[in-house]
Design a binder for this molecule. Sequence first.
Ligand code: ATP
Length: 322
Amino acid sequence: MNEIVRVEKLTKRYGDLIAVDGLSFEVREGEIFGFLGPNGAGKTTTLNIITTLADFDQGRVTIAGYDLVRDAREIKALIGLVPQEIAVYRELTAQENVSFFASLYGLKGRELKDAVGDALAFVGLADAAKKRAGKMSGGMLRRLNIACGIAHQPKLIVMDEPTVGVDARSRDHIMSSIRVLRERGATIIYTSHYMPEVQDIADRIAIIDKGRLVAVGTENELLEYVTDFRTIELDVAGKDGEALRASAAALGAMPGVRRAVYAEEAGMIRVDVDLNISDITPVLRPILESGIRVSGVRTEAPDLETTFLALTGGALNEEVVL
Ligand code: ATP
C-alpha cells in the first residue's frame, strides 16, 4: 500500500516547550489511522500542521507527494478537516453551513448542490437540512461538523475527536459512516482519547507521548511490543495436589508454552502460551486425558489499555476513558 502522508522528523516549539519532537510516521492510502496519546502529547498540533493550519520549525511533511510548504494550495484541496471544536455557524441551517464550507473548495452550482445533499444524507441529516444549527442537539451538531468537512470529497479526512459529547446513537452512526468513507476510497486519520473506539476502528495506531512517537502498528503489533504471550487459567479438580503439580510441569515443557504452574490456593493451573498460538486444544488434551476435571477456562490476552500504559509510562489522566 502506498503512503499518502509522510511526516519526517517534524518539530514544533512554543517558546521553550517542544510540542512535537522529531516525529516521523506514515499514513497509508485507504487506511483508518488511529492517533492516540495522553493530553498534551502533541496530537492536535501535529494535525494542525498536516492540515496547513499551523506552521512548524523543522522537518518535512508530504501529502500525496505534495510538499506541505511548497504546495500548500494543492494539499488544502485534498484534505477535509473535522475539528475538535464544532465549527459551524449557529444561525445558518444545516444546508447553508455545508454549502458554505464546500464552496470554499470551489464547488459551485449543480455540483455544489449535489455535494451538499450527499453529505447531509451521509451523516443522516437529510431531514434536518433546513434546521438551524443553533437548534440542533450535540449529536446532530457533531454530524453536521463532519458533513462540513467531507462534502468536497477529500482524499484525506482528518478527524480530531469526532465523537466527543455525543450520545450512543450518534456515536454508532459516526463510527459506521467513517467505515463507509474508507470504503469509498478515503484515508482517515482518527484521533480520540477513547481507547476502545480507536481499537475498534483503526487499521493501524500511532501512540505518541511528549511529542514523540512511542509506537506504531496494528493492534496486535502494538501488543507484541510489550508482551508476546497470553495467559490461560484452568480451574482444576479431581486429582491431588501432587498430580496437578506434575501435570503443570509436563505442560510447561510443551512447545509454545512459556510457563505452567499449579496455584493450589486458587485451585487453578495457570499457563502462559505464545501469543501466536490460537489453538489451545493440544495444551488442554494431556490435562483432560490424565483424568483432571476442568470446571472453568479463561484466557487473558493483554489489551491495548495495558499496552498504552506500558508504552507511555502510565502518563494517563482523567480525560482518557479506558
Ligand atoms: P489534547 O488532547 O489535550 O488536545 P494534544 O495531544 O492534542 O492534547 P496539543 O494540543 O498538540 O496536545 O499540545 C501539545 C503541547 O503544546 C501541550 O503542552 C500544549 O500545552 C502546548 N501548546 C499547544 N498549543 C499551544 C500554543 N498555541 N501555545 C503554547 N503552547 C501550546
